[in-house]
Design a protein around this ligand. Structure first.
Ligand code: CP
Ligand code: NVA
Length: 316
């Protein structure tokens, strides 16, 4: 992708809770800004000077935690980490979410939160007059999907009509891919078992926006049909955080959706393999695919940082 000069600040919703907040034009601008930040990080070294950002995590994280921490510090800001991963310190147990949010807004300039329930983010955003950014919830993972499309644009150029196949669970990552694919004009095929399809309201929004952008959002149950001719094949864990009790049954139901060399052979010859990580070798993906030449999973991880810096630059 060509990089632009310092991209003008975009006027957007003050929160990023789902990935559906932004118009198609704003979404494209955000990817341009990410490219500029990646190419010229020094220009953005003081964007967050004097700003403090709370990182609240109810679930474990490697990529999201490190990329936000390093990204914020590299823009001159400071991080306050609030660890709520232990059941004994669960968010909202000691005082209400609303009270936590009302206190935080007196001390910090923004909140990045990974939570079990999307409504916790909404409650925070409703009670704190500072930006709230979704670092993954049960329903959405917008920072991930933005980094994924940035990775594809970097590699393949313009995304209009780009053929992306998502295979597996109709989960948080899948929902955010639908929102963003619709906004970026992508042709997304989603193949899930019938009982694990993405939420109808997310699909309905995607299809509504797709009519404007000439994107295409298609749902199906056959992974082979989804992958056929695709330029990128994406999968995620069969059992997301918070659903561990269903692990055994999910491993059985999702077996036909494993991304292996045979499934990849149905994609375009220069297709890439994508996964948000962490991956489970031998379950949703075989080692030969995850660690093979077509895999761009570490580019996705790296790009989380640039996209998140662009989000912060935009919201602050
Ligand atoms: N992809 C992702 O969000 O990774 P972490 O769970 O390690 O943050
Ligand atoms: N769908 C996965 C993504 C992890 C980054 C989960 O929610 O656990």
């Amino acid at each position: 992708m060509t990089t632009t000069s310092l991209v003008a600040p975009i006027s957007l919703s003050t929160d990023l809770l789902t990935g559906a907040e932004w118009s198609p034009a704003h979404t494209r601008d955000l990817l341009h800004l990410s490219a500029d930040i990646k190419a010229r990080p020094i220009r953005y070294a003081s964007t967050l000077h004097g700003k403090f950002i709370a990182l609240i995590f109810e679930k474990p994280s490697l990529r999201t935690r490190v990329t936000f921490d390093v990204g914020i510090q590299s823009m001159g800001g400071s991080v306050v980490f609030l660890d709520h991963t232990q059941a004994s310190a669960s968010l909202g147990a000691r005082e209400s979410i609303a009270d936590v949010a009302r206190n935080l807004e007196r001390w910090v300039h923004g909140i990045v939160a990974r939570v079990y329930h999307q409504r916790v983010l909404e409650e925070m955003a409703a009670n704190a007059n500072i930006p709230v950014i979704n670092a993954l919830s049960d329903k959405f993972h917008p920072c991930q999907a933005l980094a994924d499309f940035f990775t594809l644009e970097e590699r393949f150029g313009a995304l209009r009509s780009f053929k992306l196949a998502y295979v597996g669970d109709g989960n948080n990552v899948c929902h955010s891919l639908i929102y963003l694919a619709a906004r970026l004009g992508v042709h997304l095929r989603v193949a899930t078992p019938p009982d694990y399809a993405p939420l109808p309201e997310v699909v309905a929004d995607g299809k509504r926006v797709a009519r404007e952008t000439r994107a295409k959002i298609e749902l199906m149950t056959d992974p082979r049909e989804a992958v056929s001719g695709a330029l990128a094949v994406y999968t995620d864990s069969w059992t997301s955080m918070g659903f561990e009790e269903e692990g055994e049954i999910r491993n059985a139901v999702f077996q036909p959706y494993q991304v292996n060399a045979e499934l990849m052979s149905l994609a375009a010859p220069d297709a890439v393999f994508m996964h948000c990580l962490p991956a489970h070798r031998g379950l949703e993906v075989t080692p030969e695919v995850l660690d093979g030449a077509q895999s761009v999973v570490l580019d996705q991880s790296e790009n989380r940082m640039y996209v998140q810096k662009a989000i912060l630059h935009t919201l602050f």
